[in-house]
Design a binder for this molecule. Structure first.
Ligand SMILES: NC(=O)c1ccc[n+]([C@@H]2O[C@H](COP(=O)([O-])OP(=O)(O)OC[C@H]3O[C@@H](n4cnc5c(N)ncnc54)[C@H](OP(=O)(O)O)[C@@H]3O)[C@@H](O)[C@H]2O)c1
Length: 339
């Protein structure tokens, strides 16, 4: 068990990479030893992000797996999908651990190809990857060398639904309207994301075909013997951070608020980052934190419920959850550096 780890962040200049650096710099058991960029080379990291002045002297470097693995025990890959799988095999071959924030190790190869339009290049390691949601898969994460850190929308939806499906108390037809901050799309410049378009605005996109649908369905299927019929419509909203999922479910039998609360309490009693709220959650209560707040409203007679789940997309939906996974891998308290 390593109690003091040297870590690298590949893709440190992106939104999730920057958030990782912020969290890791104040983590008591970690030293950041390597930061990569593709374009900002060899720029001091604190010149790119002046808020880190005096906190790190590292320069951005191009990705050199040999050099990075000589320096670091754990490598966070904050890289675009289809790119992570170019680097993960070399890191794993050196006996070092990988926490991949992209989608490259989350799906079976055939489903990956269908949604990401590319054949998987590392099917050997794909089979060994643990899905990095500590609330549900802690035992696998403890032993894994490769973590597939979950997507941001899936984190909010899976945490809200998994206990109810596992208990077999809801119908398999589920609707989720999920709203995401624009930072969910990464740091690249796109005209549609200009301030004048995104501020005070909201729009739906990719109904039926969003690439996070198979990830949610695959993980939720593990909770139930029935198939899942998930109607998922993502929406972009003009806020900087956060995901708010509004999920509609029908109970198989009449259930009371107390029964539903007891189910969440059973699954999340030892989970410091899932908070069962007494009312519907609010986005601002989770922004800047690693919490997932879940609340619901019930129409007992009609057996319908609206479940709402809120996270910060860059923290519980990405960098925070990645550090939570690292803590579990290192045998540290899950909350270290995150509260
Ligand atoms: N944003 C979110 O809310 C969120 C949530 C969960 C998961 N994710 C996933 O996390 C990953 C990173 O997302 P992000 O939002 O941080 O992306 P981003 O802001 O676009 O940053 C991407 C990073 O990868 C580097 N990069 C891009 N292409 C590369 C290449 N071909 N070779 C090497 N490095 C390359 C970039 O370097 P330079 O720009 O310096 O050249 C940058 O540091 C993605 O797979 C994303 O799907 C994102």
């Amino acid at each position: 068990m390593i109690k003091q780890a040297k870590v690298a962040v590949l893709g440190a200049t992106g939104f999730t990479g920057e958030k990782l650096v912020e969290i890791l710099l104040s983590h008591p058991n970690v030293e950041i030893v390597y930061l990569s960029s593709r374009t900002e080379i060899p720029v001091p990291y604190s010149k790119l992000f002046p808020r880190f002045t005096g906190k790190t002297n590292l320069n951005c470097e191009p990705i050199d797996v040999k050099k990075a693995t000589e320096k670091a025990d754990i490598l966070f890959l904050s890289l675009p999908h289809t790119i992570s799988m170019d680097f993960a095999p070399g890191v794993l071959a050196q006996g070092k651990k990988v926490i991949d924030l992209s989608a490259d190790y989350r799906l079976d190869a055939d489903i990956y190809e269908k949604y990401y339009k590319m054949s998987h290049k590392d099917t050997a390691n794909l089979k060994k990857a643990a899905y990095g949601m500590p609330e549900l898969f802690k035992k696998k994460i403890e032993k894994a060398s490769l973590i597939a850190n979950p997507g941001c929308y899936p984190t909010s939806v899976i945490l809200a639904l998994y206990p109810l499906l596992k208990e077999g108390i809801i119908e398999n037809k589920i609707i989720s309207d999920s709203k995401s901050a624009i930072t969910g799309a990464g740091r690249k410049a796109v005209i549609e994301y200009h301030y004048s378009n995104i501020s005070n605005n909201i729009w739906a996109y990719k109904p039926f075909v969003h690439q996070h649908v198979p990830e949610m369905v695959e993980i939720l299927k593990a909770a139930t013997s029935a198939s899942i019929d998930l109607l998922f419509t993502p929406q972009v909203i003009g806020v900087e951070a956060g995901i708010y999922s509004t999920i509609y479910v029908t109970f198989k039998k009449v259930a009371s608020e107390e029964q539903i609360s007891a189910v969440y309490a059973k699954y999340y009693k030892n989970c410091p980052f899932v908070r069962r709220m007494s009312s519907l959650p609010k986005l601002k209560d989770v922004v800047g934190t690693n919490f997932c707040d879940i609340g619901f409203a019930l129409d007992e007679k009609k057996r319908n419920a609206v479940i709402a789940s809120a996270i910060d997309n860059l923290i519980k939906g990405a960098a925070g959850q990645a550090v939570q996974n690292m803590n579990v891998m290192l045998g540290l308290d899950e909350t270290t550096g995150l509260l």
